[in-house]
Design a protein around this ligand. Structure first.
Ligand code: GLV
Length: 343
């Protein structure tokens, strides 16, 4: 029997390709070329599924041009590269990779918080530039982390993991704001107190952003919000570019209205706003919060299990739009793939 055909859009661990190869005929991209939309559509021809990353935009145009495609399994917990409404309407399942990256990403949120608040990279650049000649009482004096107030905007799994690190590891008072308040037992387990967004902005010594990107969260932190924050505060963004107005942030950092920032994600990445690049009081990393080998392997394997579970058994592990399962549009796509007319 011929195996179903799938596409893996970017380079991935060879063991993941081997695993997929047991079930599918796999077209991969181990050269890690960045394909244009037209190239992606061309390669999706005849494919039933795709293992995608945040770099590929999955929208109406692409789905309409790929009539056999039934699933896009994103190797990321975020899925703002998916037009999920269009996918649902056109009968294509989307899946993501929750849970497997929670702790690793929370670790990195703390790494950025500590590096920015305690001026780690600023000190390192000074040392490497040969400028360190003597000790001085206030040299690179930063903000206190232990015992301070940690604010978290977006209290999903990663936000909760950061809250626990802050409360238990650093004896911080943790406050959070979220679209909906957590259930009392989850809140207690997170050692965090719910507050309104304005109180969060005004009270936090360090504010970590962990909310998903959407039209509603676009520029959730702009000039007005930055103006409410303490001038001694640190802002950390490990969520998505576009949640922060990067230009307004650069202005606040450059004029001493905010002490420091740690950013792993940017508006328009991989391009970074030149005004941010010019500042010393911001720690910049290239979207690597989940980047440990075990975690990236677990993410890729979960994406693979979604493809296998759905295409072979009809049971994806972590579906984003489960209403697609068995929908007429999805059945129609299946029919095209098997040559069996739907209905
Ligand atoms: C990374 O940004 C992810 O969404 O997994």
């Amino acid at each position: 029997m011929t195996k179903p055909r799938i596409l893996v859009t970017r380079a991935v661990f060879s063991e993941v390709l081997d695993h997929l190869g047991e079930y599918f005929e796999v077209q991969s991209n181990q050269a890690d070329e960045i394909w244009s939309k037209a190239q992606l559509v061309e390669r999706l021809h005849g494919k039933l599924g795709a293992l995608t990353t945040g770099s590929e935009r999955i929208d109406t145009e692409l789905l309409a041009a790929s009539p056999m495609l039934q699933i896009c399994a994103n190797m990321a917990v975020g899925f703002n590269n998916f037009d999920l409404d269009a996918m649902t309407e056109l009968g294509v399942l989307g899946t993501n990779t929750p849970d497997v990256l929670t702790q690793t990403t929370a670790d990195f949120g703390f790494a950025l918080l500590l590096a920015a608040a305690r001026r780690v990279t600023e000190g390192e650049h000074y040392l490497r530039a040969g400028e360190w000649r003597r000790w001085r009482y206030d040299m690179f004096a930063g903000a206190e982390v232990h015992g301070s107030t940690l604010g978290i905007l977006g209290m999903g799994r990663i936000g909760q993991a950061i809250a626990r690190r802050g409360a238990m590891g650093f004896e911080m008072q943790v406050i959070y704001h979220n679209r909906s308040r957590l259930a009392p037992d989850v809140e207690a387990h997170s050692c965090a107190r719910y507050v309104g967004k304005e109180e969060l902005l005004r009270s936090a010594d360090h504010l970590v952003l962990v909310l998903p990107y959407s039209q509603q969260s676009h520029h959730a932190i702009g000039a007005a919000e930055l103006a409410m924050m303490k001038s001694t505060a640190t802002l950390v963004n490990i969520a998505r570019g576009g949640i922060v107005d990067d230009l307004a942030l650069a202005d606040a950092l450059g004029h001493g209205r905010l002490a420091a920032a740690g950013l792993d994600v940017f508006e328009g990445e991989p391009t970074v706003h030149p005004e941010l690049l010019a500042l010393k009081n911001v720690v910049l990393t290239p979207h690597i919060a989940s980047a440990t080998i075990p975690t990236r392997k677990a993410m890729a394997m979960l994406a693979a299990e979604n493809l296998i579970g759905f295409l072979l058994l009809g049971q994806p592990v972590s579906p984003l739009n489960p209403q697609v399962l068995g929908s007429p549009q999805q059945v129609q796509r299946k029919g095209r793939a098997t040559g069996t007319p739907a209905g």
